[in-house]
Design a binder for this molecule. Structure first.
Ligand code: WT7
Length: 632
């Protein structure tokens, strides 16, 4: 278990040390893991050419640290508690030994099907233990996992399979989500048919047992391949900098990019941050409600907790099925000690009032966490009062797919708490705020662009297949800095408050979306000439999606057209990208050089039409009146 800080005074001292002697500090943290061969050098880094390496020359396998390392001491302790979608279904558990054996069997099956070190394996699965087992099985034999959230469309899935030339897709037959069963295998078939020539095997876990289409030779059943395997599997020796996984995320331009994380640094940082932020104690039951399709699930359902020897909960369902009390029913049933969720879920449940919460005994909870988007004060207060009964600290954890782990956050109840403030950086993390000229803003009570001026072990190494894109996106905006894309404020005590994205990325219910991506999807509709998408404040989702659309000819049946557009976006990206509001316009406000003035569109979408600023320099100022009049 990583070193745990136990007081705020200690945090300050450790932080100081981590900045003065980062290499010594991280070497100490890394020392608590099993390395096949120790590293020769802690760190080499160069942000300008983007070349960052941690624990250089070190050899390890992350699953030996998640599993084997725990067998002697806690082989019989529960590693994973699985809570199914059906509230009357059976809760199942895996001890560390059982998980170890399942992972080994699955790794042997993958190996028998020809999977080797360095191969890319795509997952499109529900939140069931086999997803965690499959991911760990890949890591066991050095295959690179690429988990795609199962809410994405066949087309999005296909793009991701192709980008990483995945050799295998692992899926279930059907996914259970609330009252629905989703035909996941059929979606995979459709995706693979869109030119995924690299796919040799579709590996199917039987989840509901309903009928599916079968491609002889290509498709293999999980149980037929796994059940007879030996429960031991030698772990592949990995270099510290070998790729562990790819996870796709949206940016302000183009298609989603494959964020790459590597073995050694990711292991050290996810474990360290898990142990400290959640102040996990042996025997605690920890529950993160995220999906493993996102980075939160990778780092804080699977890797961080298992590295730390924790008991981690996996929930298959949704917060409102069968009713808005589901989360709290599970907390009571499993006696959850740390509960980690997203502001959008808190706001959605808050809308049902206090009764669904008060029906259950939540006295086991010691700590609450939030992640994914800024939390508004009202939601923070409700979470604190109604869920936490004013006795549980809240950690507001700021981080990103690219950072691999939590960067700015309170540590359990040790740190001062302030609603809607993430707080202080974790040890080893060196944030700064920059002004419009890229100059660092010193002192407190200031606001600027949030950057990192020093590397940390779990940081992004590259974007899959396109290193230059990674350098451009994150390391070229400001010299010698990692650019987060967020704006932030530092208060009089040096605590950070994340304001939100300053690029063309919107955050809808904690899901990250590029406005260009949604526009490209909308533009696929044959009647659309051009579109512009912006975010606007939304009570539950945080941000909603507002689309301005220019059509080839006037639209008579607006409702019908709207439905068609939603269908196109659902087909191209998935239901999470559906615009909340669609306004048909005759033109978009543009500068003389032809650039869309998104600032104006954002203001109109937010209902701030009184403060549009100077529009006289526009190419087509007349269109602004029309857009204002037609605003939804
Ligand atoms: C973006 C990253 C990393 C977990 C899930 C999201 C926003 C994330 C917070 C927070 C305010 C937050 C930022 C960030 N964000 N956590 N606690 N407070 N904003 O990962 O999809 O990579 O999105 O989410 O804007 O840049 P992601």
């Amino acid at each position: 278990m990583s070193m745990q800080i136990r007081t705020f005074e200690e945090y300050k001292a450790v932080y100081q040390r981590s900045v003065e002697d980062p290499e010594g500090f991280w070497a100490e943290q890394a020392g608590s893991f099993n390395w096949r061969k120790p590293w020769d050098k802690v760190l080499d880094w160069n942000f300008r050419d983007l070349d960052v390496k941690w624990f250089i020359g070190g050899k390890l396998n992350i699953t030996e640290n998640c599993l084997d390392r725990h067998l002697a001491e806690r082989g019989d302790q529960t590693a994973i508690i699985f809570e199914p979608n059906d509230p009357n279904g059976e809760t199942t558990t895996y001890t560390y030994r059982q998980l170890y054996e399942e992972v080994c069997k699955t790794a042997n099956a993958l190996h028998a099907m020809g999977v080797r070190k360095g191969d890319r394996i795509c997952f499109y699965m529900p939140m069931i233990p086999q997803l965690a087992i499959g991911v760990l099985a890949c890591a066991r034999i050095g295959a690179i996992h690429s988990v795609v959230f199962a809410g994405f469309s066949a087309s999005s899935l296909s793009d991701r399979i192709k980008d990483a030339s995945c050799k295998m897709v692992i899926c279930s037959d059907y996914n259970r989500r609330g009252a629905k069963n989703i035909p996941v295998k059929a979606i995979v078939d459709e995706a693979v048919a869109m030119g995924c020539d690299s796919v040799e095997t579709v590996f199917v876990h039987q989840n509901t047992g309903e009928a599916i289409n079968w491609v002889e030779g290509r498709d293999k059943w999980w149980h037929e391949q796994v059940d007879h395997q030996q429960p031991e599997c030698p772990a592949e020796e990995m270099d510290s900098e070998d790729m562990l996984f790819i996870l796709y995320t949206s940016g302000s331009t183009g298609k989603p990019k494959g964020v790459v994380h590597s073995c050694g640094g990711y292991m050290v940082y996810t474990c360290y941050s898990f142990a400290n932020v959640f102040q996990y104690q042996p025997g605690d039951i920890y529950w993160c409600t995220a999906d493993i399709g996102w980075i939160t699930g990778h780092s804080y359902i699977v890797y961080g907790p298992l590295l730390a020897g924790a008991t981690t909960v996996m929930f298959e369902g949704v917060p409102t099925y069968p009713d808005a009390g589901r989360f709290w029913q599970i907390v009571e049933k499993l006696k959850v000690n740390q509960f980690y969720t997203a502001p959008t879920a808190i706001r959605a449940l808050m809308a049902f009032g206090d009764d669904p919460v008060n029906k259950y005994d939540l006295s086991s909870i010691k700590l609450l966490g939030t992640v994914g988007e800024p939390i508004n004060e009202e939601a923070w207060e409700w979470y604190h009062k109604v869920v936490g009964k004013e006795k549980c600290p809240i950690v507001d954890t700021w981080w990103q797919t690219e950072t691999g782990g939590i960067m700015i956050s309170g540590l359990g109840g040790l740190s001062p708490m302030k609603p809607s403030f993430a707080g202080y950086p974790l040890p080893g993390i060196q944030p700064c705020l920059l002004d419009g000229n890229g100059k660092e803003i010193d002192g407190n009570n200031v606001e600027g662009v949030l950057c990192m001026k020093y590397p940390w072990p779990s940081m992004i190494r590259t974007t899959y297949g396109d290193h230059e894109r990674c350098r451009q996106t994150y390391f070229s905006s400001y010299d010698n800095m990692y650019f987060t894309g967020d704006g932030a404020r530092r208060d009089e005590n040096g605590m950070y408050r994340i304001i939100g994205r300053i690029d063309d990325v919107i955050n809808v219910s904690g899901h990250r979306m590029g406005t260009a991506e949604v526009e490209n999807a909308i533009n696929e509709h044959p009647k659309v000439v051009e579109s512009a998408v912006v975010g606007y404040p939304h009570d539950i989702k945080g941000q909603g999606i507002y689309a301005y659309v220019i059509t080839l000819e006037p639209v008579n049946d607006l409702e019908g057209f709207r439905k068609e557009l939603l269908a196109v976006v659902t087909r191209e990206i998935g239901p999470i990208a559906k615009p909340d509001k669609i306004q048909v316009v005759s033109g978009l406000p543009k500068t003389r050089s032809g650039k869309i003035m998104r600032r104006i569109l954002r203001k109109v979408a937010s209902g701030e039409t009184d403060s549009l600023g100077d529009i006289s320099t526009l190419l087509n100022p007349e269109v602004v009146e029309e857009i204002k009049d037609g605003a939804l």
